[in-house]
Structures are given as C-alpha cells and as structure tokens.
Design a protein around this ligand. Sequence first.
Ligand code: ATP
Ligand code: MG
Length: 267
Amino acid sequence: MSARAPRTPRRDVPAGGAGPVDETAPVLRLEGVRKAFGSTTVLDGVDLDVARDEVVALIGASGSGKSTLLRTVNLLETVDDGRIVLDGLDVTDPRVRVDAVRARIGVVFQHFNLFPHLTVLDNVALASRHVLRRPRAEAEARALELLDRVGLGDKAGAYPDRLSGGQQQRVAIARALAPRPAVLLLDEITSALDPELVGEVLDLVRTLKEVGTTILMATHEMAFARDVADRVVFLDAGRVAEQGPPAQLFTAPRTDRAREFLARFSS
Ligand SMILES: Nc1ncnc2c1ncn2[C@@H]1O[C@H](COP(=O)(O)OP(=O)(O)OP(=O)(O)O)[C@@H](O)[C@H]1O
Ligand SMILES: [Mg+2]
C-alpha cells in the first residue's frame, strides 16, 4: 500500500465524523475533485454523492478515471483539489488518520489479493483483528458469519489456492465487509474471472444490495449495472458527463458522449 504523504503536521481527527451521523446525508460526497498525473488531468472536477444503502455504478471508457476516483476515496491517491466527505468527515483533510478512514471503507479490486499463506477465515478476520483490534474470538465469529453470508462457510479452513476465482472474489468481498464499512468500493470485480464464474459474484452483489449496503462500483458489465444500480454515473475524460437511473441512462442518454459509449455495448 502506498502511504499518503501528509501535507501538514498531523493532528488526529476522529474517523467517525464530527457528531451523530445524519441518516439522510450522503454517506459519500465528492466535491470538485481534481487529480492529475503530471500534465494529464484524470479527474476534472468530479461532484458525486452516494446515499445510504444506494448502489451507484460508475461506467465509462477505459482511462476515463473510474479506478482513480475509487482510489482517491480510499486515500490511495491524494487529490489536487476538491473534497471527499465520508459520513460527515472530510477525508481529504491532511490531519485525518488514514488507517481509520480506510477502516470505514471496504474495497475489492479486480484481483483478489487474498493472502495465500492465510486460511480463508484468517483472511476475513485479519482487518477486524489488526486494524480494529478486536479479540480473536470476536473477529473469527464475525468472519464466519460473513463467510456464511457469501455462501462459503464450509471453506473457512481452506487456503485461497484451493478456491475457484469466483469463490476467492467472494472471500475478498466478505473480507471487505468485516469491519462494517460505511461504503463498499468495487473496482471491476468480475473482469479477471472466467465468464462462468462472473454470475456468482454478481449474484452476491445483488444480495448485498437487498440487505442494504452502500456501494460505489466501477464496472464494464452494463447489463449488471442496469439491473442492480440505483443510479449510473457516466464518467468521460474525468468528468461526470451524465448520471441518472439506469432505466433512463441506458435507454435515453441525454449526451452524445454517453450515447456513443453505450452504442458499443448494444451490438
Ligand atoms: N499512477 C498513475 N500514474 C500516471 N497515470 C496514471 C496513474 N494511474 C492512472 N493513470 C492514468 O489515469 C487515467 C485514468 O486511469 P483509470 O485507471 O482511473 O481509468 P479507468 O476508467 O479505471 O480505466 P479502465 O476502465 O481501463 O479500468 C489513465 O490515462 C491512466 O493511464
Ligand atoms: Mg479501472
């Protein structure tokens, strides 16, 4: 993990926000977020809200900035300008404790990144034990509950290399959920899977939505975005070019850019 360079001397800011959480406020808010790599602007003033229990799909061409956006939320990239507010806390404030913010965010990437030398149970229990410092028994009970939820309770003692790619990705999702994050960030979680394994992972995301999970996911699976997302955000060259409910955006896009992008998926 790349560490974030502190911009000023750090003073601890609590990770849970300044006061009681307002249930109607967005869980996640990006305001005017800008990010450049050298002379290339990758995020060009992104405004985006994710409401509690909302599932938002980020779509857009390769290189449009989806992964970078998710990485700025998780503080894997610093922003050049703008703010990112998670549960009322400005996580782009240089004084925040990066680990405490990350403990409030579950992340699953394209590649499973499970620890190969740890059992499935230990992979899922790890964050609760070492980041949240929960006792082993409590962390393991939580891990088992989550493994049951993702349909892998019987694999708790197995090592990741004994699992299929789809099962490994389900473990990665269980691991991301273990610390009860405020938001789950999913970056192309099915794109490294064999086609026959994609369905089980997408079914799991559907189940998470049904039980109420706040999700921001980058995806190339348009049918899935259409089926599961409450709102679809189309990124074009680092800008939110268009957003709306899937039924509207996929059938009647308002911008030429979205129309052109979606036309590639309809043949
Ligand atoms: N660390 C980095 N250094 C330099 N350029 C980067 C870095 N990370 C991303 N980029 C550039 O930023 C742009 C956006 O990349 P990003 O990975 O966010 O796109 P994406 O929408 O996720 O694409 P894909 O659909 O292929 O996953 C690309 O031009 C990429 O080359
Ligand atoms: Mg990407």
